[in-house]
Design a protein around this ligand. Structure first.
Ligand code: BG6
Length: 498
């Protein structure tokens, strides 16, 4: 059986990976640990270098010391020599990029050019782990500094913009320097093992396809609940909110993979072509429909936890802080033959009771039941906390008395089934960028189609002038999110375990 996603090549590509925002939260928590794991597993070429760019004013040795102090404890370092080899790959360049651009004259660009010079034959990756308004200026400065080669690629972190217009502007600006095939828009959810397995499950097993439609499926839930709040993130979060931070990208990408038609080929464009069609088929939601089909909430103080407005932050809350949603739920619909009438319920929120990401496909009840008791008929694809697939069936309770039914899961837990470590999503995606495989990255038209659907919801929320519905930190979210399903006799899937 071949994977629908090409495996990363056995012989690693020689690459220079330049991370802008290289000492920031994402780099230190996700990118550097992921690259260390790749190195440890022999997946980085000996020559590959990691060049962090930041305003930090660090020498290479300072940066290595920082990584040693902050990352070493968070990754398994079995062999100190491998760790030392990894630290040896790290460099730091001090540079600034302002929203206006024109900073190519900053001495850091010259240092970068000197460091990269003579290595034009390597893949050169510019990973922009920085706010979206810096993407265009960074690309212009990089070109002005003469460091963009034909073998260069750029990786853009989400969210790309804050609405369709700003996303188009960013894509245009980046597009002046990097062609679309050189542009990798990352959504780390696409690198998660279960997400890739969803494609295998759907397109490498014949039995699902005949029932994967509105005749058999009652509804789908896509739920990403988090226990964390937003301490220290107000600057970003006040202007993002759950809809921009999670739904526009992670949740809609999951929806696409559940709802897409089987692609004709397993190549870089076919899967993305099918995903775009799903986004284009989403029923627009605005005005009174937004009131009926969407819910937004903001957490308030809960047991031992501050409310959103009282989270530690460098600045006091503003009007934007009071308006921003930390929870969003939406009843979406895909208007095509396969899915007509099947609700797709999307939900995400901070400071909820459990950290769990899952896709729940709820099949319809049997047409005529000869047993007492309902049936779960449910397929759960779990992305977090432990990646796996669980098919909830009805079974007979053992015993000699009356037939009694009990739901039981048929469970596949990836970590135990394959007795191997499940790699972090960033490992897979970083290797794909280095190998030049964009299949698991978002194309420009995908990102823009997602914004086209999100924009009217945002506009309706903004126009309403109403604050989000409060929910206590640690609770199950705003009451309206439960009513969204209860209106049609449904409920969110809340089981603790598989
Ligand atoms: C990020 C969001 O993209 O995803 C965060 O900006 C969120 O707000 C995170 O916490 C969740 O990722 P994961 O992999 O922990 O589910």
């Amino acid at each position: 059986m071949s994977s629908p996603v090409p495996a990363s090549p056995a012989a690693p590509h020689r690459a220079d990976l330049v991370v802008f925002g290289g000492t920031g939260d994402l780099a230190m928590r996700k990118l550097i640990p992921a690259l260390y794991h790749c190195d440890r597993d022999g997946l980085l070429a000996p020559e590959t270098r990691i060049i962090a760019m930041s305003r930090g004013g660090l020498a290479d040795s300072d940066f290595r010391g920082k990584v040693d102090a902050e990352v070493r404890g968070a990754v398994p370092v079995e062999d100190p020599q491998v760790w030392a080899r990894f630290l040896g790959r790290l460099h730091h360049i001090t540079v600034d990029v302002s929203a206006e651009g024109g900073h190519a004259a900053h001495p850091g660009w010259g240092e970068l050019a000197a460091l990269l010079s003579g290595h034009e034959d390597r893949d050169r990756i510019f990973y922009l782990a920085s706010p979206p308004m810096t993407f265009g200026p960074f690309c212009r400065d990089a070109r002005a500094a003469g460091v963009v080669t034909p073998r260069s690629r750029v990786v853009l972190e989400k969210p790309i913009g804050r609405d369709l217009l700003s996303a188009q502007r960013i894509n245009d600006e980046v597009g002046e320097i990097f062609a679309e095939p050189q542009t990798y828009r990352i959504d780390h959810y696409l690198g998660k093992e279960t997400v890739q397995n969803l494609l295998v499950l759907r397109f490498a097993n014949a039995f699902l396809e005949p029932v994967w439609n509105s005749l058999w499926i009652d509804h789908v839930q896509i739920s990403v609940t988090e226990t964390v709040g937003t301490p220290g993130r107000r600057g970003y979060y006040d202007h993002a909110g759950a809809l921009r931070d999670m739904v526009q990208n992670h949740l809609l990408q999951l929806l696409c993979l559940v709802a897409m038609e089987p692609p004709a080929r397993n190549d870089r464009e076919s899967i993305r072509d099918e995903k775009v069609k799903v986004l284009q088929a989403l029923r627009p939601i605005s005005g009174t429909e937004a009131d009926r089909f969407t819910v937004r909430g903001q957490y308030t103080e809960g047991p031992g936890m501050p409310g959103y407005l009282d989270e530690p932050a460098s600045t006091p809350p503003t009007a934007a802080s009071r308006r921003v949603e930390t929870f969003a739920a939406i009843r979406a619909e895909v208007r095509n033959w396969r899915w007509a009438g099947v609700p797709f319920y999307l939900r995400t929120g901070k400071r909820l009771p459990t950290r769990r990401s899952e896709i729940v496909v709820q099949f319809k009840d049997v047409p005529h039941s000869i047993f007492p008791g309902g049936s779960p008929n449910r397929l759960v694809l779990r992305l977090q906390p432990s990646e796996g697939i669980h098919l909830h069936l009805m079974a007979k309770e053992p015993g000699t008395g009356e037939v009694a039914l009990r739901p039981v899961p048929l469970s596949l837990d990836f970590a135990s089934a394959f007795a191997s470590r499940v790699p972090d999503a960033y490992e897979r995606l970083l290797l794909d960028v280095m190998a030049g495989n964009p299949t698991l990255f978002m194309r420009r038209d995908e990102v823009e189609a997602a914004w086209r659907w999100i924009d009217p919801i945002l506009a309706t929320w903004e126009a309403s002038g109403m604050p989000p519905e409060p929910y206590p930190a640690g609770s199950a979210g705003p009451a309206s999110a439960h009513e969204l399903l209860a209106r049609s006799g449904r409920a969110w899937h809340e089981e603790e375990t598989a």
